[in-house]
Each structure stands twice: as C-alpha cells, then as structure tokens.
Design a protein around this ligand. Structure first.
Ligand code: NAG
Ligand code: NAG
Length: 927
C-alpha cells in the first residue's frame, strides 16, 4: 500500500533544465596525525587542481605544476594579510532591493535560449497510427466480448489455410521476477536455480525443444555457481539455438519510472555479461510484464542491434482495437525520427495475460486445458473448471482439433500466417515433471498435426527469434525491416488498464523515497565511472597502476548490478513486498557507500600534485563524504565541516560535460567562515541559519553558500577557514511569517531573524533573473516572472488529497482508484513560512504538518539562475488510504496540449481530452 510509509525528498526544476548533482568531499588529512607524518608537510603543498579532460591529461598535469606553486604562494600570502583579491567586490543591494553580484564576466556555457524549449513543436514523423489519435477513436466502453471477454468473436473459413499452411511457433518461457513477493536471492534459491538445473537436462533430451530466457541477473547468478559441466551443457544449448536469450537486460525493466540512464546501463550490464561468457548478442526484445510501455524502449533495443520486440501489458481497449484492425504487429517509430532510421518491429500480444490460458487463442477455458502443469493432481488447476487431459493416442485427434481451432482464431488477428504462442507463466519449469508434462504432451500434438496434411498446419517449439524470422520470411523482407502493408505507429502505451477502470497509474508514485534513492544512485554511478576512468588512465600513464586501487572496479560492477536490479518492474515501481523493498534498499545503500568510496579514491589520486608520494590506505579514506545515511530508509545527513584557522579543503566534482557556475552550500560549525578559491580569491559567502525546527535555529551549525565555477568533468578545490576576518561573508536576511500573535522569535547571534504575523498579502523573492510570488496565506508559490519578460506567469502550487474507494478495490501500490475529486489539503493553523534572502540565493520554506516545501532560486547567471529548486519533504505515515498530491495551476495558454517526459529521454505530448476518455480517473478531477 503505497501510502503507509512515505518519507521523501523530491527535487524539481522548471524551465526545461536538468539538475545535476555534485559530490562534496572534505579533506580529513588535517585530523590524521599518522598521515601527516607519512606525507611530510602534506597537504598544503601537495594539493593541486586538475581540470580533467581525458585528451588533455598530460598537458594539464604540466599546467597544474605551475598552478600549484601559485596557489601555495597566494594562499600563504592571503592568510597573512587578509587581503581581498583584486577581483573580489562585495555583493551589494541595489536601490530596488535586488542583490548585485561581483560577477567575473566570464560567460557560462549553459544558457537558456528562447528556442531551447521549442523542440517539442518541431515536425513529427509520419505514421499510420498516432497513439493520441487512436485514443480519440476509441469509446472505452468495455463491452462483453464473449469467451474473449475484452475482445470479440473470431470466425474463419476452414479452407483459409489450404494454400498456405498455418505455421505455429510455441515458445516456452518462464517469467522470473528478480524480487517481488520474495527477494531476488530467495526466488533464486527456491525456484530459479532449479529451472536452470532442469533446463540443461531437459532441453538436451530432444533437440526439437526450445526455450527463451530474459533476466540475466538470475542467469549470471546460476552460471557463476554452476560447475563447468553444467556451464558447457548450457553453452551448447545456446549455441545450438535451443535456448535463446531475449532482450538480455539485467532485468525486464519498468518503463514508466525508470530513467533512460539506468535502462541503458542495465541493458549494457546484461549484454556485456552475455558477450563475455557466451559470446552471444540478443536479437529480440521480450517484455511481457512491465505495466505499460515507453517509446524509449524500442529506440534502445534498436540501438542495441535488436530487430524485433514483443510487448504485452497494453490497455485492453487498445488491444481490442489493434486486434480488430490487425495492427498488433507494427513498426514502432519515434515521434521525432523523421528519417525513420530507428523503426522497430513490434509484436503486441492480443489477450489479457502471458499465462497459458491467454496465449493459445481467444478462449481461456480451452487454452487452460493445454497447460499441462495443471493436470489433475497438481497444485494449480483451471479456474474455468475444465482440467487439462494428458495427450494419448485415443484423444490426440480430438485435442489437436480443439487446439488448432484456437490457433486459427488467434491467427486471424495477424497479417501473416505465422503464429506466436507463448507457453509459460511466472516461475514455471522449476520441476522436472513440468518439463515432461509440457514437452511430451505438446510434442504429441505437434506430431499429430504435422502428420495430417488436411489440417494445413506446421507446429513446433520455437524461440522468439525463430518466430520473428518466419514472419519476415513469409513477408519476403529482411529481419527488422517493415513488411509491406504493416502499419507504422508512434506514441507509447501508458496508462495501462487490465480491466474495467483499473488504471495502473498508482505505481508512478508508489514509494517515492526509493524512486528518489534510485536517482541519487544513478548520479553517483555516473560520477564514479567518470572519475575512476580518469584516475586509472592517469595512474597508468604515471606508471602507478600498482599503487592505485584498480580493484575499485568491482564496486562499480556491484553498483551497476544493484541499480540494474532496481529497474525491475516490481522494484522501482514500488510494487514489491516490504521485506523485498528493504532488501533492495540495503543493496542500494551498500552501493551508494561503495560509489562514494570509488569517487573519493579517484579524487584523492587526481588532486595530488606529486604522484610520487601517493599512497592508498584502504582503511583511511583520504576524503570524507558529503553526506551519510544511517540506514537504507533514512534521509541523508550532511557532513558538518569543522572549521579551523588552518584550511579545510573542499573538493567539488562536476560530472557534467559543461563548465558550470553554481551555488554550493555546505554546513559549517562557525559563522566566521571564509572561502578561498584555488587561486587564492576570497569568495563571497552567504551565511544562513540551519534550522532545527520551523522556528528554532541551531546555534552550532550554519549554512555557508558560495558560488563555484567548476570545470567540465572536473574537480575544483576550495579552502575553508574559521577566520575572525571574513569580509566577504554576508548574512542572510530571515523573516518568519508565523500564525497568531505573541510568538516572539529571536535569532541567535550573529544571525538576526525578523518575524511577523501572517497576512493575506502576496510576497516576493527575487534574483537577477527571476521574481517569484508567494501566497501570503499558504506560503506556496503563486507566480513566476522572468527578468526580461513583463508578463507574470501564474504558477500556483496547491496541495490536495485523494481518498480511496470505500468498497471493493482500493488504491494501492499498483492502482489509482480515488474516491472522487481531490480535496484541498487543509490544516487548522496557517503554516509557519520562512523567507530567507541573501546575495546568492533566496528561498521560501512552508512548514505544514505533513510536508515541508522549499522553493529556492539562485542568483547566478546561466541555467542555474533560471531554474527553481523545489524540494518537498513529506511524512504521511499517520495517514491511511490517503494520497497527497501537488498540483500546479497555470494561466499558460497551451490549449489542450500538455508536455511531459518519457524516461527523461524524450518529450511526450499529451492531450487531456484523450486522457479523459482513456483513463477517466487520471483527469477525473478536471479543475
Ligand atoms: C534592480 O536593479 C539592478 C541594478 O540597478 C538591475 O540590474 C535589476 O534589473 C533591477 N531589478 C529589477 C527587478 O528591477
Ligand atoms: C547487428 O546485427 C546484425 C544482424 O544480425 C549483425 O550482422 C551485425 O554484425 C550486428 N552488429 C553489431 C555491431 O553487432
């Protein structure tokens, strides 16, 4: 149940801007006497700066030799005299109240051009089927279709296959979730390992037997514990084509909540494993269980050199429409790909599920009789009350006839006389008995069919690619190319409904804490991979490979695999059981710690000027991390930097391939903070209070913010001091807007606080680029105005709650089934609202009982100055069956169109009118 436990931090940005993360690390060397001894007068003379660009490593190293001497001199000089560097002017407040910064005038590479946000308006690719048009065609009426409840009656003429026989490809499969009801390891131990152990024996018994496998996470685990004989047997099955690896990702990813970075990463992890251990590359994609399908996936699969793919969980009304128009197989085109070079052949399964009752044909009551695991005496049976019968000489003619009837009906939904019939279910084929039951009984049916020419059918076991190749061959085209007359489609398959109004959109927001943790891990993985590569390349050139912890690579692999595992469609979706969630959480936290270690080790090596004295100490990390998490489900605690009169070093890493100018905030233990750049300039610092509660500030911890210019993919070092003389440190101006009279709030020296009773008047904060208006009553954002734009845009944030239906099905981890329109979130007392303004940033923090929202703007040039950071921290653990929603109400004249994203990879264009028909619940609240 998604609402039981939610504590989260969500970050967001407006104005088509991406927010990247930085890694902050603090030098510990000063507090480590042992290290100080071993490294002589280290670190002051040894810290250097590297603006890392792979191709310039050598040259930069040379430059750094010069820089370091310069730094050393200037640092010493400045510490002695306390002089402000020549370019350092104090920020000042202009007459109109806005802060003016001493900007060095160097341009930033990232700036927002008016046209940058227009890309979505560009020409769209030409297709026969635009999903948005399809929505407007459909009535979503859910009429009873007979035996195929969500479809229609299918008829055929008996002589239709006389000229060209039906080719039936039965594809045995087993759907293994890498975590859901049980953890990944428990599934492996209880079920999955047995599937592989039986597979090597049972497939080898008859070369006509085939199987497909998709989750490399499980396969790799089995392989790594199998003896060489089993490995050899398995390799033989794969090389002979009896066993096919489909998709070949680490998992079968979710496609709605996953970011494309992680979708690609888990695909690479699986593919590299296959390449390295088996020398095979997957040809076909197989995604039977993800809850809706993104257009990002066909693109990624195409780029991974696959030629065909299969999907299953599509809205039942769309399936019905596509079946009726024989459009279940189509070329999937990217909306933006006018050249159509990334088209992907896609097969959409027509019926309700991927289990056997819903794959042989339209009638589940009949198909179930051909799931031979459900033979009488088994633990599973047929809910349609007619059990399977084992195939004997006596009944084979009748049984084959019944099955062929289903095959023929299903075939009528497709354009070729080639038919795909998946045979499997969740965690199937774990017992030897089931292998015998399925393969022997089906082989008898096939043998009978194939030896009776009057049936005009050729049936066999097959892999997925066997099927696709037969389709291409029947159409006379090369694999991956569009057969004549097959439709071209663009769009995606969200939101998914499997029946009635059961829209699977609840999982988009289930367990947001872990969805956030996933993104944190992804940015750390990227950072760690970049820094590790730079450090190793550098160590090799310097001949220091022996001293560098090259073995950190295993931490990277570990993290890739754990992040990959978390992209599974029951992991990042939030639909797994509690114990499984904890298992994922522990894996992610472990990987986060590992990645921070990789980053620290690489940064250590890279910032040392004199590599000769470089030593790696396993137990004594050179740098401290920027934050820590006590447990997998706790929020990060930022590291406090204890200032002294001698410098503490702060190393910042920019994982983006552009130079960045951004505001960095660290926690310090002294209000007398002074920050120097590597070349000795004193930087303006905005000093703000650290708040213990809404109205109580800490007397020991302060926030120090300064503007940092960071090289692309590079590290920068800053020096922080506790200095009686800190001329460039400016205090934030804090105003507390509190409900009711009589509460007197006093700031703690040296940070003054003003307070006032709330009133209904809107109030504003501003930077050099933006002015934000806030509601006096709610303390929430109401308007945005850009500097060069006289027009104020209404962007009103509201918080609302949804209840769930009183009877039958309720909202949960998967479904969103609200009890009606959203109701405004309300609490008896007005919130305490804190307004903090200073030279580098301004922010408004509204404290409500169940959430706290911070809207911050930065007074910097470029993209960072044009974006809003919106952070919402919520805790609704005392609520049951309630959803908290944030709504943005704007006066943007966009008509019916609405843009959102798919996997952070592409823009999705939506139109609420078509939504309201396809998923009434999503827009049930029309306000
Ligand atoms: C305030 O004054 C500064 C400097 O005089 C100017 O650059 C800025 O655009 C002004 N801001 C507003 C909101 O008018
Ligand atoms: C991509 O697949 C084709 C067709 O199977 C194959 O011939 C080609 O070598 C593959 N390309 C790469 C880069 O693996």
């Amino acid at each position: 149940m998604k609402l039981k436990k939610q504590v989260t931090v969500c970050g967001g940005a407006i104005f088509c801007v991406a927010v990247f993360s930085l890694y902050l690390m603090l030098d510990r060397v000063q507090h480590d006497p042992a290290r100080r001894q071993s490294a002589g007068n280290f670190p002051r003379s040894q810290i250097s700066v590297l603006q890392n660009r792979i191709e310039q490593l050598e040259q930069l190293l040379e430059e750094n030799h010069q820089i370091i001497s310069h730094i050393k001199d200037s640092v010493l000089e400045l510490t002695d005299t306390g002089a402000i560097s020549p370019s350092g002017h104090l920020p000042f407040r202009s007459a109109n109240g806005s802060w003016v910064l001493p900007f060095d005038g160097r341009p930033t590479f990232l700036s927002v051009q008016p046209l940058d946000c227009q890309f979505a308006l560009g020409r769209r690719s030409q297709t026969d089927l635009q999903m948005l048009d399809v929505y407007s065609l459909l009535s979503f009426d859910n009429v009873d279709g007979g035996v195929w409840k969500q479809g229609f009656e299918i008829t055929y003429e008996p002589n239709e296959w006389d000229d060209e026989p039906l080719q039936v490809f039965v594809v045995p499969h087993s759907h293994n979730d890498p975590g859901w009801i049980k953890t990944f390891d428990k599934y492996y131990n209880d079920q999955t390992q047995h599937i592989f152990n039986n597979m090597v024996v049972k497939l080898a018994e008859d070369p006509r037997r085939k199987f497909i496998w998709s989750e490399i996470s499980f396969f790799a685990k089995w392989w790594e514990s199998a003896d060489v004989h089993k490995q050899e047997a398995m390799r033989k099955l794969i090389l002979s084509g009896q066993l096919e690896m489909v998709t070949g990702g680490w998992v079968m990813t979710d496609e709605a909540s996953a970011h494309y970075f992680a979708m690609i990463d888990q695909l690479i992890e699986g593919h590299q494993w296959l390449e390295k251990n088996l020398g095979v590359t997957p040809r076909s994609g197989w995604a039977v269980d993800p809850f809706g399908y993104s257009a990002t996936m066909p693109y990624l699969l195409k780029r991974a050199n696959m030629s065909s793919m299969l999907i299953q969980r599509v809205h039942y009304s769309i399936k019905k429409h596509f079946a009726a128009t024989r459009s279940l197989e189509f070329m999937w085109r990217q909306t933006w790909d006018i050249e159509s070079g990334t088209d992907m052949f896609c097969h959409m399964m027509p019926f309700y599920s991927y289990d056997v009752p819903h794959t042989c044909g339209p009638d589940p009551k009949i198909c179930c009789q051909f799931d031979f695991k459900r033979l009488p005496g088994s633990r599973v049976n047929c809910p349609w009350k007619v059990p399977p019968r084992a195939i004997t000489d006596a009944n084979v003619a009748e049984r084959a006839g019944v099955l062929l009837d289903q095959y023929r009906k299903k075939s009528k939904l497709f354009r070729s006389k080639v038919l795909l019939v998946p045979l499997g279910d969740d965690f199937r084929f774990d017992k030897p008995l089931e292998w015998d039951q399925q393969y022997f009984n089906y082989q008898k049916l096939f043998d009978y069919m194939n030896s009776h020419p009057e049936m005009h059918v050729k049936a066999q076991f097959a892999t997925l690619t066997d099927y696709f190749n037969a389709v291409y061959k029947a159409n006379g085209v090369a694999p991956g190319t569009r057969p004549p007359d097959y439709p071209v489609l663009s769009g995606d398959f969200f939101a998914y409904a499997d029946r009635e109004d059961h829209y699977w959109s609840g999982y988009y927001t289930s367990r947001p804490f872990y969805k956030n943790l996933d993104r944190v891990l992804e940015s750390h993985l990227r950072g760690a991979e970049i820094l590790y590569s730079l450090a190793v390349a550098h160590a090799r050139r310097a001949g220091l490979e022996g001293r560098y912890p090259v073995s950190d690579y295993s931490l990277l692999t570990d993290a890739r695999r754990n992040i990959g595992l978390f992209q599974h469609h029951d992991a990042i979706t939030g639909t797994a059981k509690e114990a499984v969630v904890i298992d994922y959480g522990n894996r992610l936290l472990g990987s986060l710690v590992g990645l921070k270690r990789v980053i620290i080790n690489a940064a250590h090596f890279l910032v040392i000027k004199n590599k000769d004295i470089y030593r790696f100490y396993q137990t004594e990390p050179f740098l401290e991390t920027d934050d820590r998490r006590a447990t997998q489900d706790s929020l990060p605690q930022r590291t406090l930097i204890e200032l002294e009169s001698s410098p503490r070093y702060l190393v910042l890493f920019n994982p983006v391939e552009q130079e960045r100018l951004c505001v960095v905030t660290v926690l310090v233990n002294s209000a007398r903070v002074r920050v120097l750049t590597e070349d000795g300039q004193t930087l303006p610092v905005q000093l703000s209070a650290q708040w213990v509660s809404a109205i109580e500030m800490s007397g020991e911890v302060y926030q120090a913010s300064f503007m940092a210019r960071l090289p692309a993919l590079g590290l920068a070092v800053f020096h922080l001091y506790d200095s009686a003389d800190s001329p460039m440190t400016l205090r934030s101006d804090t105003l507390l807007r509190i409900p009711g009279q009589g509460q007197s709030i006093r700031g703690l020296d040296p940070l003054p606080v003003r307070s006032q009773t709330v009133d209904a008047q809107p109030f504003y904060i501003q930077s050099q680029s933006l002015t934000l208006g806030f509601s006096g009553t709610t303390g929430l954002l109401e308007s945005i105005r850009r500097k060069d734009d006289p027009q104020e845009v209404r962007v009103q944030i509201q918080f609302l709650t949804y209840g769930t239906r009183p009877s039958k099905d309720k909202s949960g981890a998967y479904l969103f089934l609200p009890d009606g329109n959203a109701k405004p979130y309300s609490q008896r007392e007005a919130p305490v609202v804190r307004v903090v303004e200073g030279p580098l940033f301004a922010e408004v923090v509204a404290h409500y009982q169940h959430f706290q929202q911070t809207v911050r703007i930065h007074n910097v040039p470029g993209v960072d100055g044009l974006s809003l950071d919106i952070t919402t921290m919520l805790d609704i653990r005392d609520q049951n069956n309630k959803e908290l929603a944030m709504r943005l109400v704007t006066d943007i004249q966009s008509g019916d169109t609405f843009y959102t994203d798919l996997n952070g990879f592409q823009v999705k264009y939506t139109c609420p009118q078509t939504w309201s028909k396809s998923s009434p619940l999503l827009v049930l609240d029309s306000s």
